[in-house]
Ligand binder design. Structure first.
Ligand code: SAH
Length: 231
């Protein structure tokens, strides 16, 4: 059970009213949209209750930050629905020592959620202004173990590979082999696959010594993973 406020007779510095309202909305979001739909990992639920999603959405839409839907973040892109973020994070089974690669930084919110659950997060975004804004927001909010790079997710992040886990938040037609190659044996990847809207499936891959184990876990709708420009 998550609660706010304690029984301190005189809290030294009470949170500003707006922050308190956001924190309450966040607890409601976790209970009604996430736990109620079957995400049970306590560390993931705590991370979702902690990360200020309203800091990652456009200022004019902060009042919708804890609602059950994605929101536009500019450049034709969106911040995913909170439930999907929680579901994908839980599917990765993040551990405190893990190094994780994210493809599709977007707002930086998913990276912030992962930040508290693992040792290091590397996140790639193909739209440079989005990468720059997410980097600035993550820095401002103190997510010091997240590294953001503007670049093409199809190439992965070879210097930091191999990763314990990879999370892809845009949809390619097929699982990119480069990313499979950058996953440790024993590692997990969660990735939406399929171009046609409405016909995408979220896959959980596990890299075993004998090969890749693939499990379809949820029908989803993500923006396409666009091919990078040949350099
Ligand atoms: N995880 C984000 C939401 C992702 S939206 C969040 O928490 O807000 C998907 C993002 O993937 C978009 O920002 C899009 O620009 C990016 N993207 C699409 N194709 C890509 C590619 N080839 N490499 C890296 N990022 C890509």
């Amino acid at each position: 059970m998550l609660t706010f406020g304690g029984c301190d007779p005189e809290p030294a510095r009470p949170a500003a009213p707006a922050e308190t309202a956001f924190a309450e909305a966040r607890v409601r979001m976790v209970r009604e949209q996430i736990a109620a739909r079957g995400v049970t990992d306590g560390r993931v639920l705590a991370a979702m209750a902690r990360v200020p999603r309203h800091e990652f959405v456009p200022a004019g839409q902060r009042n919708e930050a804890y609602e059950d839907w994605p929101l536009p973040i500019g450049h034709g892109q969106t911040i995913s629905q909170p439930y999907i973020v929680a579901f994908m994070t839980a599917a990765l089974a993040p551990k405190p020592g893990d190094r994780v690669l994210e493809i599709g930084t977007g707002s930086g919110y998913q990276a912030a959620v992962l930040s508290g659950l693992v040792a290091e997060v590397f996140t790639l975004e193909i739209v440079p202004p989005l990468a720059r804004r997410a980097e600035a927001d993550l820095q401002r909010l103190g997510y010091g173990n997240v590294r953001v790079r503007a670049g093409d997710g199809y190439l992965g992040w070879p210097e930091a590979a191999p990763f314990d886990a990879i999370i892809v938040t845009c949809a390619p037609d097929q699982v990119p082999q480069t990313l499979v190659d950058q996953l440790k044996v024993g590692g997990r990847m969660i990735i939406p696959v399929g171009r046609a809207l409405g016909a995408q499936e979220l896959y959980l891959l596990r890299k075993r010594p004998a090969g890749l184990e693939t499990q379809a876990v949820l029908p989803v709708r993500f923006v396409p993973m666009v091919p990078g420009r040949p350099s």
